[in-house]
Design a protein. Sequence first.
Length: 115
Amino acid sequence: MKGTQLGEFEELVLLVVGVLFPEAYGLSIREEIINQTKRSVAIGAVHSALSRLEEKGFLQSDLAEGTHERGGRRKRIFSITASGKRALEKNHEMRNSLFNQIPEMALKTIKLSGY
């Protein structure tokens, strides 16, 4: 298994694969990221992230049956593995832990200063 760290975009892709289960494939993942984040995302970036996540063992994929609307072409459907679930949980715990360590006064100061 390649490195086990999740980059911000990889984490986003992994989360969206979970949201779209059991219909997570390249184009649907891209569209959901755009809808959820209002961010422009190239399909190539999504495919690259999916490949990295699969290499790391965080995702697995299977080919679905071809459909008439796709001219018989098959979609590659992605799902989260047990390792991917653990990586998401680890990131979630770390972010929550760090957020919970911010003193309330620091958050008030940020609001007052316009940040």
